[in-house]
Structures are given as structure tokens and as C-alpha cells.
Design a protein around this ligand. Structure first.
Ligand SMILES: Nc1ncnc2c1ncn2[C@@H]1O[C@H](COP(=O)(O)OP(=O)(O)O)[C@@H](O)[C@H]1O
Ligand SMILES: [Mg+2]
Length: 282
């Protein structure tokens, strides 16, 4: 096909040899299949900020690291330079997360390059070598659903052990590759330790997995892995291979009946004192 404008500089730089076809045009990016020597890869071209949807919300960008204070001030003021910096931070967040997660052994597309707002990465393929389908486009037996759900929970824990919460994990951002599920689409990934919304986002990611696979294996619908995983993480006990129960006890420990009784006694005494004060002076 004719080389799209945003890919021309990659062609000129010799990073790609030709563009095979457009794969997808999603909410945030357009994805192309490209040839690089003997390899077929995937080029993700980010849309301009104005054409994107919700994900630059404050939840996601909170505590995102910038390189210097001039950048931080400009971003806070929302100046043009600030918006450009924010844009660059947003786009490079995905490539940063891919390198970090690949190093942690999470099954994500292998990143090759990031150039001019374009991410070059491994094309996740099915058994025939075609671009892999999204989970949403695949049907599963109950056994397969249980198996993939378990595999993906381990991936979520591996990500969390590497300090990352995906933040938009769902059947639309997981591909069914020839050797199993592959997690994609990470520009909104958040820092687990530094973001106040990380716990909620992790919970939502895990619930999305439960709800999707629960359509094929309804017994999954009663599980509560999100709370359990976050609780282990907070207590420093999380490891990717840790055995989970799928249940979560909200009580922190045995109830201390004595201290509850003395709370009640205190409240009663306070109320008696208040009534005394209210009595008209005699
Ligand atoms: N590495 C990849 N290999 C194969 N297909 C991909 C790859 N990355 C993205 N895609 C395809 O492009 C679509 C959009 O990519 P995604 O990263 O989810 O961006 P968006 O932000 O637009 O949702 C995906 O749903 C998937 O079908
Ligand atoms: Mg997506």
C-alpha cells in the first residue's frame, strides 16, 4: 500500500522497508502491518491528543515521571510546550511499559523501536501467522476459559510485581496468539506504588477478566481475586506464582469484643453527660 504520511520518516530512516496493510484504527491509534527485512512487524501510530478519548484523565497521569522541573511546570500550566511534553510522555509511556514488562517476563509484544510517535513492535500472530484475534473475537470452552483466566491472573501479578498496573485490561486489549494470550495497549499503564488510583484500577482489570471468562465458565463469576492480589501486594507477599483462593475476607482479624464494648460504654457515658448538660438549671 501507499506509505501513510506518519510512516514516511521511518521508511526514510530505514526502520521499515514497506507497509503491508492497515490492521486497525482504534480509539487512540492506527495500527499497520509493516515489513522490516525478513520480519513482519506492527507499527502503532498514536493519534493526536485532540482525537483521543478518555485515557489522559488525571487518574492515569498522576505521578507520571517527567525528566525535569521545567517540563513539570509547563505540564502543570497547560502551555503549548506543556501539552507537547505531556503528549510525548503519554506516547513513550507505552514503550517504557513494554520494555519493563518484557524484562519481567510478561507476555507482551516485543518492542523494537519508538520513533516520531510511532511504536514498532512484534506482530502478535495466530498459528497461521496472521495478526492474532482479540479475546473478544474468540469463543472458549469452559475449560479453556478457566485456563486462560488463570494464566492471565499470573500475568497481572507478574506486572504488579514489576510495579505496573495495566489500567485498561479487557478482552479488547488481549490478543489470542499462537502460544497463548498476549497483553497489549499500555499507554495508560500506571505506577502501582505511586498512583492513588492503582488499587481501584487493578480491581477493575481483574474484574474485567472475571466477567469476560465468566461468560464461558460461570463459576468464575463469584471470585474476588482483585482484592486478594492487592492485599498480598500491599503486605509485600505477592509473587507471580502465589496460590490464590479467589476469596477475600474483609475483616482484618478476629474482632476484639472487649474494645467494642468499651466503645459502647464510652458512647453511653458521653450521651448521659450531654443529657445532663441539656437539663434546665434548677
Ligand atoms: N502487536 C500487535 N500485534 C497484532 N495486532 C496488534 C498489535 N498491537 C495492536 N494490534 C491490533 O490493533 C488494535 C488496536 O491496538 P491498541 O494497542 O489496542 O490501540 P487502541 O488504543 O487504538 O485500542 C488491537 O485491538 C489489535 O487488534
Ligand atoms: Mg486497545
Amino acid at each position: 500500500m501507499k506509505t501513510p504520511k506518519r510512516l514516511q520518516s521511518l521508511l526514510a530512516e530505514g526502520l521499515i522497508d514497506s507497509v503491508v496493510r492497515q490492521l486497525m484504527s482504534g480509539k487512540e491509534a492506527t495500527v499497520y502491518v509493516v515489513r522490516c527485512g525478513d520480519d513482519t512487524r506492527c507499527a502503532k501510530v498514536y493519534k493526536e491528543a485532540t482525537q483521543r478519548s478518555f485515557r489522559q484523565a488525571v487518574d492515569y497521569t498522576e505521578n507520571r515521571k517527567v525528566k525535569n522541573t521545567r517540563q513539570a511546570r509547563a505540564m502543570a500550566k497547560g502551555s503549548r510546550f506543556g501539552r507537547e511534553m505531556q503528549e510525548a510522555a503519554w506516547q513513550s509511556a507505552e514503550v517504557d511499559a513494554l520494555y519493563r514488562l518484557a524484562a519481567a517476563g510478561v507476555r507482551v509484544p516485543r518492542p523494537h523501536n519508538f520513533h516520531d510517535g510511532v511504536l514498532l513492535m512484534e506482530l502478535v500472530a495466530d498459528a497461521e501467522g496472521n495478526a492474532a484475534p482479540r479475546l473478544n473475537d474468540v469463543l472458549f470452552t469452559p475449560e479453556q476459559a478457566v485456563e486462560h483466566h488463570a494464566t492471565l491472573l499470573i500475568e497481572v501479578m507478574r506486572m504488579l510485581c514489576a510495579g505496573v498496573v495495566h489500567g485498561d485490561l479487557s478482552e479488547f486489549n488481549i490478543l489470542m496468539g499462537a502460544d497463548g494470550p498476549v497483553i497489549i495497549d499500555l499507554p495508560q499503564a500506571v505506577d502501582a506504588a505511586g498512583n492513588n488510583h492503582a488499587a481501584r484500577m487493578l480491581g477493575r482489570d481483574v474484574d474485567n477478566l472475571r466477567d469476560f471468562f465468566g461468560r464461558f465458565a460461570p463459576e468464575l463469576l463469584h471470585t474476588e481475586y482483585g482484592h486478594e492480589i492487592w492485599d498480598l501486594y500491599q503486605r509485600g507477599l505477592l509473587q507471580p506464582e502465589v496460590a490464590l483462593t479467589g476469596r477475600f475476607e474483609r475483616k482484618a482479624g478476629p474482632v476484639d469484643v472487649g474494645s467494642v464494648m468499651s466503645e459502647i460504654d464510652d458512647a453511653r457515658a458521653e450521651e448521659a453527660a450531654r443529657r445532663l448538660r441539656l437539663q434546665p438549671a434548677q
